[in-house]
Design a protein around this ligand. Structure first.
Ligand SMILES: Cc1cc2nc3c(=O)[nH]c(=O)nc-3n(C[C@H](O)[C@H](O)[C@H](O)COP(=O)(O)O)c2cc1C
Length: 139
């Protein structure tokens, strides 16, 4: 069985607070789980980076819904492809609200990237421009 993967970045439309972001992530996790979609939502206070993985129709449906959401704008799709196995096996959420992220945040990002394949890793780190390297988040 194959899966579908979409990765995108976007910018928060206005100020998105930590609690608003947590709410988005909590609702997303519950809704995605119900249709067997996993992935990752990363937010650094200004930009979102999200990876959705699961059955193609479900991933596309969720992506279309997210596109309509006015809490963010300037969505740029970084990857869209069929994958043989999930690269982010569980739902992950990383929120960073400071220019000096804690070690646990860094550990979490590194751990999530560790499970991804080399090309996903490269897109994640390179195209997103959110991380200069795996351990030095740049805001
Ligand atoms: C950055 C961002 C990421 C989101 N990710 C998801 C997601 O993974 N799954 C999901 O169901 N909704 C996600 N949402 C919320 C959807 O845009 C939408 O509000 C929600 O699915 C409810 O849609 P509905 O009002 O049409 O039912 C996200 C919203 C934002 C701003």
């Amino acid at each position: 069985m194959s899966f579908y993967q979409i990765m995108y970045i976007s910018s928060a439309s206005g100020t998105v607070t930590p609690s608003q972001c947590a709410t988005i992530a909590r609702l997303a996790a519950a809704s995605n789980r119900s249709v067997d979609v996993t992935g990752l939502l990363l937010f650094n206070g200004k930009r979102f980076l999200q990876v959705l993985e699961g059955p193609k129709a479900a991933v596309e449906r969720i992506y279309d819904r997210i596109m309509q959401d006015d809490r963010h704008c300037a969505m740029v799709k970084l990857r869209e492809m069929t994958i043989e196995a999930r690269e982010f096996g569980e739902w992950g959420m990383v929120y960073d609200d400071s220019a000096n992220p804690t070690a646990s945040l860094k550990d979490k990002v590194v751990a999530l990237l560790d499970r991804a394949g080399p090309s996903t890793r490269a897109d994640f780190i390179g195209s997103a421009g959110m991380y200069r390297d795996q351990t030095q988040p740049v805001i």
